[in-house]
Design a protein around this ligand. Sequence first.
Ligand code: C2E
Ligand code: CA
Ligand code: CA
Length: 829
Amino acid sequence: MGHETIRRRAAQTQDEELFRILLETLPDAVYFKDLDCRFTRVNKAHAQRWGLRPEDFIGKTDFDLFSRESAQAAYQMEQEIVRTGEPVVSFEEHMVTREGADIWWSSTKLAIRDPRGRIIGTFGVSRDITGHRRAEERVVQSEALYHSLVETLPQCIFRKDLDLKLTFGNQRFCQQIGKSLTELVGKGDFDLFPADLAKKYQDDDRRVIKSGKVFEGIEEHKPPGKGTIYVQVVKTPILDPRGYVIGIEGIFWDVTELTQARKALEDSEQRYALAVAGANDGLWDWDLKGNTIYFGARWKAMLGFAESEIGASPDEWMKRIHPEDREGLKASIAAHLAGRSAHLEAEYRMLHKEKAYRWMLSRGLAVRDAQGKATRLAGSQTDITDRKRAEEELSRQAFYDTLTDLPNRALFIDRLTQAVKRAKRRKDTRFAVLFLDLDRFKDVNDSLGHAIGDELLKAIGKRLEASVRPGDTVARLGGDEFTILLDDLKEPDHAVEVAERIQAELKQPFVLSGQEIFTSVSIGIAPGTVSDEPEDLLRDSDTAMYRAKERGKACYEVFDTTMHSRAVARLKLETDLRKAIERQEFRVFYQPIVSVRSREIVGFEALARWQHPSDGLVPPANFIPLAEETGLIIAMDLWVMRQACVQTKSWQGRWPELSINVNLSSKHFSQPGLVKSVEDVLDDTGLEPGRLRLEITESVILEDVPRIADVLGRLKELGVRLYLDDFGTGYSSLSYLHRFPIDAVKIDRSFVGQLGKKGEKGEKAELVSTITALAANLNMGVVAEGVETEEQLERLRALRCERVQGYFFSKPVDAAAAEILLTRQPNWS
Ligand code: C2E
Ligand code: CA
Ligand code: CA
């Protein structure tokens, strides 16, 4: 390599290095793109603006990084540059990322050429002007805000320039002067007002301009066609950004009445503070010596009277006061005059000319002579009817149930608190809380509709009220729950009598929309002696009600303290369980069912597990009973069924013969919709019906034989198979088996457990062989559960049991582990 080449290379390297430094230190964003508008290089400033690294851009287009619109706009411009070779200089570009972050650039874009002058891409440099744009937007916004404020304020607002010519007036101002804004702009005070007033206004204006300080005062106005009015005015200098005064802004409002009252008071050379809030107050001034009252025009108008219709006698006031409020007002006045209160403040109703009462608030202050004796009393009266109505409505809503108009929970607790307090003071008072819950209200709602349901609740409320004494409180807590506070009981047993009476009353049918509806209630009774805490009493009565429900419907139960701890634990579990369904904390575990002959997995039983957030994996024994009691089992079982079907369907890709056993609680059979639900699961998951086996317990087929036979028949029609679970533990009347379309029985593990043991109990083994023989006779299959040892398996084979399940093969495991079992197909020998 010659010296020249080395030098040239070195120089090139140096240039490249300089260029790199320049690019990376430049505060402006720089990019290079190829002819396809792909980024080939961007500098740090560019990448940082979007929180990315320069290499994140390489090979990407704007479409990969920015919103469609921004990318499209940039793309079109760059294509244009490539086509024409013309640069675009300092235009405003708005880029928005796909996440919605945005930026305003001032950008310049040009074509890049190779040494031979051919265009090979584009180059752009952009300056961030987002801050600037935002500031501009803010100015526009705050101007709009100012404008709408100025136009909605009840005050008159105007602006003048340094020559004291009007530059602006809001609508109120224009109305007040009686001219339009265009007529007013450019005019001075002498063009608009009498000379003496104009001079005074301008003197005040000049003072503001000179001093740069705010002026406040009372001005006289003489609007055309009206008498003199007084306005409170505030004048403020308008400053430019450097702080120079460039005009003034004024704001004023009518205070005529107030000023006249002040004047009147000043005239009598008495000065005192008068708390008058605004133009809506009616003024009054009571001369106590002469016993006359000056009533302001507003005061009279508030009651619907014209100036001349009301005289100056105190009786004009007192005779219109609601009889119930009159003494209260007189007492307040007397208290203030006697110096017992700092000022007069009273609320009362007054008769309006239209013969309706309106709520009024009066505030006043006495004027006293040197001896401290009140000589006059003056004040203002405000109409507060709207406020009072709103308050009443609010308190009604806060304390009464809107459907039944009965007290709600809050008011009930309040009354209960009073009762507790009374009982503490006087040992001989007794009270009790009754908690009522309708039996099967849901059925009414479901079958007759919510409108009838609501009617029923109302009617029940009425009946309840009729069956207690006036001092007692009947409340509705919500839904179909009512509570009663029985106050002042003579005998503790009396609460029980009331409960019995209520139950008898509610047994009578209700006739609603021509239909007879029968209902009953379960009642829990908490005697006032069980706690000092209202909330606890309510809870205890609820617990007792729950007990009553458990005993069978239409009962009552009196709370005793042993119910408490059980109830608390139960309640926690129940709440957890409800949440578990919402939060999907259930898991499905699978236990293999194995063919005795081939020792291969032929199916699984799906078993529910609860992944409790704090207690870990909860076994079914700890939550199934509660789930059954609360009815949550229905949703849970269907969920397990759905999961298991989806899982089995997916396994069938590799193991087509696989079937799945799912447990069905007996609760399903007291509920309509089971058949439809199963059908839906099959439809939705696409599992072949013959692969689904429903395990039901003997208790199901013991009740109500014809109806159950019908449901089972319809399930069979769907094509699913039916298994009888835990066979042998229940009533096991083998003779009725043939009446139901059962496909197989599962021999309970308590029998299997006895097999192959030393000293095996003869009758158990016998039973197993009887069952298998019977099953064969009835053409039913047999599955033995709980197989734990090789010997048991041997015995079962000898007894011609075809399928087995148990820890000997595997415990129930999650889907992933089950799949491993399927793949390995251990043959367990
Ligand atoms: P089950 O239907 O009789 O289920 C068989 C139970 O026996 C399972 O208990 C299983 O783990 C256990 N087991 C299996 N092989 C052996 C063994 O070799 N030795 C012993 N000692 N036990 C064995 P698990 O999973 O605790 O379920 C208990 C019960 O909970 C079930 O009895 C069933 O009645 C109920 N259950 C479980 N999942 C559901 C469900 O999704 N819905 C309904 N309704 N009930 C369910
Ligand atoms: Ca089972
Ligand atoms: Ca079983």
